[in-house]
Design a protein around this ligand. Structure first.
Ligand SMILES: NC(=O)C1=CN([C@@H]2O[C@H](COP(=O)(O)OP(=O)(O)OC[C@H]3O[C@@H](n4cnc5c(N)ncnc54)[C@H](OP(=O)(O)O)[C@@H]3O)[C@@H](O)[C@H]2O)C=CC1
Ligand SMILES: [Mg+2]
Length: 431
């Protein structure tokens, strides 16, 4: 498989026989702790409660759709402004619950519920962490970052044309459990997601009860809204563990291309590590898809870099940028990031034998137009200020199987990328 013969971390992490295997139980790593502000015991039927909320949100969304595209766009506009304005001005179904009033969840209990829902599914895939830097001792625990385009439910069912994926594999009630299982298995400190169209009814309420603070920025004209029975617009979401980080600053960025506003967005947040007091910027984005849009993506990338330059250089803080760039490493936008004055490197290159090559794929699907195997997803990081201590290996072609993704085993057409970062000893001068 694609990685140099470096040591495999034993965390999550013990190797079972090759082939399809169940994910290990959580807790092998530092456990997720419930929000400190609400130390009550977990409630049973966590998913059932969220399913009910999800149904309510869907019925509201259906009502909006039945009134035509204009009303769907209204939903989009309302959701878009929710981040920056008073929630009380919006319909009840758009208001995210106050995390202080939600009971914490025991991650093990939630995982058990997910597994119960998925009991008829084939075993999920085992992935291992590859140890990349054993020679750099760090006094503080690493920062685990997950990058994942989780596949918008409306796009998966209504637009993507995954011709080899059975429709039953796309059912939300089970697919959401596969997504949650992946998050619970790797327990990221920071979660950067694209194509999120179940933020308010699923991810925000559940993840806040696991101790995360979340931000959602929907696309201004999400293609999800053109799908019948959609659940609202898709967008980027960023979650971080509140017991590890303090939010210093947050920016929702609508990307421009050649000064024109586009349909693509980013979220950039400055976080402060509670253990070390060190600050860094974390950003998530999803650039314009499809061939023929390479120059457009390049312009969006330049705009994002400019925004990040403004955010980080003033404070001289390290940067991590996660995204579905919809661009192979040969594209201009990739080259802009690789050669930027922000001194970024792409973390998954470190899995290759020479440390210089991106993985052969991060997405693999079969559409009516044929098989699409591409490297589009990246975790960029400040190479002088941060070390990548380990990275989660990708799935092999054999694990992915002949019908590719998504599948009964894996919920998205994109693979998650997960890295453990630590700060280098050198400080600001080398950024
Ligand atoms: N009413 C209006 O005025 C406007 C409406 N729109 C709507 O927005 C849509 C375009 O939005 P935009 O954000 O630019 O979309 P993108 O071209 O960026 O693609 C949107 C999604 O489609 C997926 N996708 C990529 N390739 C294909 C493919 N070959 N077949 C099916 N899906 C694919 C992408 O997934 P991935 O990233 O995983 O590849 C992505 O999530 C329009 O179709 C329209 O519905 C947009 C602008 C204005
Ligand atoms: Mg997609």
């Amino acid at each position: 498989m694609f990685h140099s013969p470096r040591r495999l971390c034993s965390a999550l992490l013990q190797r079972d026989p090759p082939g399809l295997r169940r994910l290990p139980a959580p807790g092998l790593r530092r456990p997720l702790s419930p929000p400190a502000s609400a130390p009550r015991p977990a409630s049973p039927r966590l998913l059932a409660a969220v399913s009910a909320a999800s149904g309510a949100a869907r019925s509201c969304s259906r009502t909006a759709c039945s009134m035509g595209t204009g009303t769907s766009r209204l939903y989009s506009a309302l959701a878009k402004t929710l981040n920056s304005s008073a929630a009380s001005q919006h319909p009840e179904y758009l208001v995210s619950p106050d995390p202080e009033h939600l009971e914490p969840i025991d991650p093990k209990e939630l995982l058990e519920e997910c597994r119960a829902v998925l009991h008829t599914r084939p075993p999920r895939f085992q992935r291992d962490f590859v140890d990349l830097r054993t020679d750099c001792p760090s006094t503080h625990p690493p920062i685990r970052v997950m990058q994942w385009n989780i596949l918008a439910q409306a796009l998966g069912e209504g637009k993507d044309n995954f011709v080899q994926c059975p429709v039953e594999a796309l059912k939300w009630e089970e697919r959401k459990c596969l997504i949650l299982e992946e998050i619970l298995a790797y327990q990221p400190d920071i979660l950067c997601l694209q194509e999120v169209d179940h933020y308010f009814d699923t991810f925000q309420p559940l993840l806040s009860r696991l101790g995360y603070q979340g931000t959602f920025f929907p696309k201004p004209w999400s293609p999800c809204l053109d799908v019948e029975h959609n659940n609202g617009p898709d967008g980027c979401a960023l979650f971080f563990l509140q017991n590890r980080f303090k939010l210093v600053n947050s920016a929702n960025i609508r990307l421009t291309a050649m000064t024109l506003k586009t349909n693509q967005v980013a979220i950039a947040q400055t976080l402060e590590c509670k253990e070390s007091g060190r600050q860094f910027c974390i950003a998530v984005t999803h650039l314009k898809a499809r061939t023929g849009w390479e120059r457009f993506r390049s312009a969006q990338g330049c705009d994002l870099l400019q925004n990040l330059q403004n955010i980080t250089q003033g404070a001289k803080i390290p940067l991590i940028v996660c995204g579905d760039f919809n661009a192979e490493p040969t594209e201009e936008v990739y080259k802009h990031f690789a050669s930027s004055s922000l001194n970024l490197n792409s973390a998954y290159k470190l899995l290759s034998a020479d440390g210089q090559s991106e993985p052969p794929y991060t997405t693999w699907k079969i559409r009516t137009s044929g098989e699409c195997r591409h490297t589009l997803d990246y975790i960029w990081y400040s190479k002088h200020a941060l070390n990548v201590r380990s990275a989660l290996d990708l799935l092999t072609e054999e694990q992915i199987g002949p019908n590719r993704l998504p599948s009964f085993n894996y919920p998205s057409d994109h693979l998650s990328l997960v890295c453990d970062f630590s700060f280098t000893e050198e400080t600001d001068g080398l950024l």
